[in-house]
Design a protein around this ligand. Structure first.
Ligand code: AZC
Length: 829
């Protein structure tokens, strides 16, 4: 039995020898062993990529040790667990993050040096794991890092897409999408669990069956697919705790459909089975607009069903009464994407565990919490009833039953206000009858979280007003945060060392509030000098990358002005580009002698457009067309450059953010739920040029408005401005830059026409025209501040010093205490 084995193992190794050693010579031996036996290359001849693979495998071995210990410890202590359900995780690279969290980066660097390799060079060999679109997905990744670091008993659950987010290729200035077949070269960071599999059912019918003198529902599925677990260990920093991100892959079911094999068409029967894999094959690249596609719904249910089978199996390992479930399990719905989990828990409890409906409902009401990440109505998922009925007939019945009870209760509370009842119903009657997933999530969750304070206000006063009035206690918010481990320590090692030196401790890496200690030193000239030095080195690194990517040479003396994020109308990359055109036009029209007064700029824009989002794609093309013109104009030279960085992703962000002087977060007020890029720039001492939107409002409270460049209409002004829309006076400068685009100054006149139409003639929904004047003023203020290097450096230091509140450690602690009711469970060393 297991007991005997462990005694035997202990006798073989002795307690102290149980773990792999991490001194340089042990590391070297392990790396070389992996070269020889895992990568199967000769230890006398292997290239950088093979060295990376071997290195990654040796790190993996160390992760696995910690991970085993953590899982055993969790099992022994049996604490309440948090299960984080998310259809997207944007993990990026793992190597540097892992060795830093394990505390053995320097040992590895030394070990590799003697073998003739450089750690950084090998780290560059790794491709990104891009199993997500944007903010929501990267937030999940940051939160996993915090959950591990803070010793919470947590599991992430998601899908193991074979194709991550598409690669963006720019040809003639246009975006083209290419598949990201990221598993091509193997993935050392995952562990395939061939024995952890669950059947997932689809289609079929629901029948009534006699049971205990009554009737009960039985779902007779029409299709069965197997979910196979792939575990990705997530190491905490400065702790042994290493938690699990479990991603599911679809495989043909074990249960062979004898029917199709008996017809004699063996080849086709095999080929048909193989189609099961398409469920987890590709990530939907649209981060906002919901499309009602069957495959998407299949993905959602597939991952929800497998995860819940796994969670319930783990619960049943040590519990027999489902009434204890809420004391042991918290389920977090990351947006509405996993909200079928609600109906699935009801189905399992009622149909499979035979609890009566009310008892099951009582349990469901205590376990779910829901976080929404948007205010855009097109982001709210609505599943057509027809689709749900054919794919998941029993779930549709359950949702109808939940809705029936809920509407009856609601009538008692609000009376027969039919408008309001129909707005609040989970089922939407209309041309296409559909299920409102957000309403389902709100009705069945105990907490509805926003991602920043103002986002939560919008939810309460606009998007979910009816619900807030009914259940004010459900509504709360946890302002987003990012992990300083990845966004300072991994991506900006020189700044990290500088901070530790001046604070006299590395403790801020786990306790980020300590960064505030830099405030006292904000005027220290020695710190200033070192701070500027670090920033300059990072700018040089970025300049080299820009030249390698685009052939454009940029001067590190210029201000690096960056906007990187998904391309969206509400994020207003177009405002940025029109501002750049204005700057260009000013330089062109200046007396030559005045040009010496211009503060040189390198404007950097990066981001992907959803493949079907035409306007966003035109914005990319416009950026490239303007860049082409400006960068080749000898009148302008180093005074202005515009660079579009292709294929923006997590590892590009890690390179760009530390090298930015100024970053733009310029969404129309009331549209960015939170924003997390702003926090990453802030931590790295980059100044913000921003609107008072999302989490920026809270950043202002931390560092003060004097430490950033704010502009634009305020959130409460926006609705009235929209009403006035067509009568608003637009500044002349705005009309004239749009004119330049319309007149074909940058070519492609016809192609850009519809883009210009979006911001003129009363169509300017995002208020680019209205905000243009104050945008230019904020830009001028940034120029002025940049010339005063003393002042700029002080602002930069104060930005980093004031970033402590925006760590995901703080966010996760709030979730743990206020929403999930879980406690740390630290694995002893
Ligand atoms: C994003 C929000 O747009 C962004 O403001 C926020 O910081 C981030 O989530 C994390 O909360 N939303 C998404 O990426 N996607 C959806 C569907 O909202």
């Amino acid at each position: 039995g297991g007991g005997e084995t462990s005694v035997r193992v202990e006798r073989m190794f002795g307690l102290m020898d149980r773990f792999l050693k991490s001194d340089p010579s042990s590391l070297q031996k392990d790396i070389l062993d992996h070269v020889e036996y895992t990568v199967a290359r000769s230890r006398f001849s292997f290239d950088d990529f093979e060295a990376y693979q071997a290195l990654a495998h040796s790190v993996r071995d160390r992760l696995i040790e910690r991970w085993h210990d953590t899982q055993i410890h969790f099992k022994k202590k049996d604490p309440k667990r948090i299960y984080f359900l998310s259809l997207e995780f944007l993990m990026g690279r793992s190597l540097s993050n892992s060795v830093i969290n394990l505390g053995i980066r320097d040992q590895y660097a030394d070990a590799l040096k003697e073998l003739g390799f450089e750690f950084e060079v090998l780290a560059e060999q790794e491709g990104d794991a891009a199993l997500g679109n944007g903010g929501l997905a990267r937030l999940s990744a940051c939160q996993m890092d915090s959950l591990a670091t803070m010793d919470y008993p947590a599991w992430g659950y998601g899908l193991r897409y074979q194709y991550g987010l598409f690669r963006q290729v720019i040809l003639d200035g246009y975006q083209h999408e290419q598949p990201d077949y990221w598993l091509n070269f193997g993935n050392p960071w995952e562990i395939e669990r061939v024995h952890v599999t669950y059947p997932v059912k689809f289609y079929g019918t629901v029948e009534d069956e006699n049971f205990n003198g009554g009737k009960r529902k039985v779902w007779l599925p029409g299709e069965m697919v197997e979910a196979v677990a792939y575990d990705n260990p997530i190491p905490g920093h400065g702790t042994r705790n290493t938690i699990t991100l479990r991603l599911w892959a679809a495989k043909p079911s074990d249960q062979i459909d004898m029917e199709s094999f008996n017809t004699g068409d063996y080849i086709n029967a095999v080929v048909n089975r193989q189609r099961a894999e398409t469920i987890s094959s590709v990530l939907y690249p649209d981060d906002r607009s919901y499309q009602g596609k069957e495959l998407r719904l299949k993905q959602q249910y597939f991952f929800v069903s497998a995860s819940l089978q796994d969670i319930i199996r783990r619960f049943k390992d040590s519990h027999s009464n489902f009434d204890d479930f809420p004391e042991k399990v918290a389920l977090q719905l990351n947006d509405t994407h996993p909200s079928l989990a609600i109906a699935e828990v009801m189905r399992v409890l009622v149909d499979e565990e035979h609890l009566d409906w009310n008892r099951a409902w009582g349990i469901v009401c205590k376990i779910f919490s829901f976080t929404t990440h948007t205010v855009l109505p097109e982001g709210l998922e609505k599943v057509p009833v027809d689709l749900l009925e054919s794919l998941l007939p029993r779930h549709l019945q359950i949702i109808y039953d939940i809705n029936f009870d809920y509407i009856e209760e609601l009538k008692k509370k609000i009376g027969l206000d039919y408008d309001r009842l129909s707005r609040m119903s989970i089922v939407e009657d209309g041309a296409v009858k559909s299920i409102r997933m957000a309403n389902l999530a709100i009705v069945c969750s105990h907490t509805v979280n926003g991602v920043s304070r103002v986002h939560s206000e919008l939810l309460k006063t606009r998007v979910f007003k009816d619900f807030y009035e009914l259940w004010p206690h459900k509504f709360d918010y946890k302002t987003n945060g990012v992990t300083q481990r990845r966004w300072i320590v991994v991506s900006n090692p020189s700044l990290s060392a500088l901070i530790s030196k001046w604070l006299g401790t590395e403790a801020w890496i786990r306790d980020v509030d300590l960064l505030a200690g830099l405030q006292e030193q904000a005027a220290n000239v020695d710190l200033h000098e070192e701070w500027r030095m670090v920033r300059k080195v990072n700018k040089m690194r970025l300049a080299e990358y820009i030249e390698a990517m685009s052939g454009i040479k940029v001067s590190v003396n210029a201000m690096f002005d960056v906007q990187i994020k998904r391309i969206h109308e509400y994020k207003r990359q177009l405002l940025n580009i029109l501002g750049i055109i204005h700057r260009y036009d000013c330089i062109k029209n200046m007396e030559k002698s005045d040009r010496t007064k211009v503060v040189p700029r390198v404007c950097i824009i990066g981001g992907k457009a959803a493949p079907g989002y035409e306007i966003a794609k035109k914005i990319i093309k416009l950026c490239n067309a303007v860049a082409e013109k400006i960068n080749n104009d000898p009148d302008v030279g180093d005074l202005l450059k515009l660079v579009f960085i292709p294929d923006y992703n997590v590892s590009v962000a890690e390179l760009v953010i530390p090298g930015a002087d100024l970053s733009q977060h310029i969404s129309t007020a009331g549209h960015e739920a939170s924003g997390t890029g702003n926090m990453k720039f802030l931590m790295n001492g980059c100044l913000l040029l921003a609107t008072e939107d999302g989490s920026t409002v809270e950043i202002i409270e931390e560092i003060g408005e004097d430490n950033m460049f704010l502009f634009g209409a305020k959130m409460h002004e926006v609705p009235a401005l929209r009403v006035k829309g067509p009568t608003l006076k637009v500044p002349l400068q705005f009309a004239s830059v749009v004119r330049m685009v319309r007149d074909g100054y940058f070519g492609f006149q016809d192609y850009f026409e519809s883009l210009c139409d979006k911001v003129e003639g009363g169509n300017d929904f995002y208020l680019l025209g209205y905000d243009f004047q104050s945008y230019l003023e904020a830009q001028a203020a940034a120029d002025k501040a940049f010339v005063d290097q003393e002042k700029w450096t002080r602002m930069s230091i104060l930005s980093t010093a004031g970033s402590g509140r925006f760590s995901s450690d703080r966010t996760i602690e709030e979730y743990a205490e206020k929403t999930w009711g879980i406690e740390p469970c630290k694995c002893p060393f």
